[in-house]
Design a protein around this ligand. Structure first.
Ligand SMILES: Cc1cc2nc3c(=O)[nH]c(=O)nc-3n(C[C@H](O)[C@H](O)[C@H](O)COP(=O)(O)OP(=O)(O)OC[C@H]3O[C@@H](n4cnc5c(N)ncnc54)[C@H](O)[C@@H]3O)c2cc1C
Length: 326
């Protein structure tokens, strides 16, 4: 999902950054379709976040008030109207749910397809992508990072971007740099609705259901701190299933297409770490995107390229530099 609004309890510099990140995707999707012929399935399908308790309702109404006052697309949906907005909620709307927040501008994109399209576009511009090539260490000469060492040789570079997800600290440690990134594992179930599927993303406190253009419904996601094992577990699937069936009992009839898990790279404050490594000249960090790496990836990429190639200042990324930790 490309969802800066749904989890924002207030406006802060990260919220502003996330809005900019979302705005990148529409034009980027068009360009990629044009340049490499791949539809990355960017769609502004909106998110309906539902409240299950009075406390959640009060929080969501607060969110509705400040976001609509900011001029953002945010609409309050009373519990009686939830079933009309989303037929899959009609059985539970008045009984279990205390209302919902409709965020029409939140979007989604098919992230593997986005990566594939970006790689093709980069290759068309002369980038050489070495798939399946492990970087074993950063090369340093005269106090400057000068490239990377791989099992098949050294690749020299004027600048190296460290974007190795939860493995970023391992490479940084090799040059005595502590990058405080830890995994937060997330598990996901891929479903098919067989005729019945959500009209839009349904988001409750414990899970979300994302209808994809090709009929898939993605049920996500767990949050498991410090877990480096990227395999789904029975307990994780149980938590997701229970949470989904509470809000959308009709999902019990969906068929399971697959399960997967991933490791979100997270800093202690849960914000990204973007900028030149202090004391590690030639090394640019682009990591710790946590729950928002797809949302922010294109913005981070463009911003990083501008800083490296043109020496531009950090601008809106200033609060998210490595200097807050290192
Ligand atoms: C279940 C789940 C749901 C999510 N949902 C969303 C969402 O809805 N919206 C959103 O914006 N984000 C979402 N995220 C978060 C998003 O996926 C991450 O923030 C993003 O993948 C981080 O990107 P990254 O490139 O920094 O790290 P990664 O995606 O982890 O990529 C790092 C890459 O570096 C490679 N690597 C590591 N070490 C080395 C080495 N030594 N040599 C060579 N290569 C190396 C790895 O193989 C990997 O390919 C979700 C994550 C999960 C797990």
């Amino acid at each position: 999902m490309l969802a800066p609004q749904v989890e924002a309890p207030f406006a802060d510099p990260f919220f502003e950054l996330a809005l900019l990140g979302r705005a990148e995707h529409g034009p980027l999707a068009e360009r990629l379709l044009d340049e490499v012929g791949l539809d990355v399935e960017y769609r502004a399908t909106g998110i309906l976040r539902v409240a299950r308790t009075e406390a959640e309702r009060a929080d969501l109404q607060r969110q509705y008030r400040w976001q609509s006052a900011r001029g953002l697309a945010a609409e309050w949906v009373d519990s009686d109207d939830l079933g009309r907005r989303e037929p899959l909620l009609s059985g539970v709307a008045g009984r279990l749910l205390a209302g919902g927040l409709w965020l029409a501008d939140e979007g989604q994109v098919r992230s593997p397809r986005l990566v594939q399209a970006l790689a093709l576009a980069a290759a068309q511009r002369g980038a050489r992508i070495m798939e399946g090539t492990w970087v074993v260490r950063l090369c340093v000469s005269g106090g400057r990072v000068t490239g990377v060492q791989t099992p098949s040789g050294t690749v020299g570079a004027d600048s190296v971007v460290l974007a190795a997800g939860v493995w970023s600290p391992d490479l940084a440690r090799g040059i005595d740099l502590e990058v405080p990134v830890q995994p937060v594992k997330g598990q996901v179930v891929s479903l098919r609705g067989l005729g019945k599927r959500p009209r839009q993303v349904i988001w409750s406190g414990e899970c979300y259901l994302v209808p994809r253009p090709d009929g898939e419904v993605v049920l996500g996601a767990t949050e498991e701190e410090g877990n480096y094992d990227a395999r789904p577990t029975l307990a994780g699937l149980h938590r997701l299933t229970e949470a989904a069936l509470e809000v959308v009992p009709a999902a019990g009839g969906f068929v399971v297409d697959g399960v997967w898990a991933g490791l979100r790279p997270a800093a202690p404050d849960r914000y990204p770490i973007i900028g030149w490594a202090p004391g590690g000249e030639g090394l640019f960090l682009a990591t710790a995107h946590y729950r928002n790496g797809v949302l922010l990836g294109p913005l981070t990429g463009r911003h990083g390229a501008d800083r490296i190639l043109a020496g531009t200042p950090p601008g809106e990324f200033a609060p998210f530099g490595p200097d807050r930790f290192i």
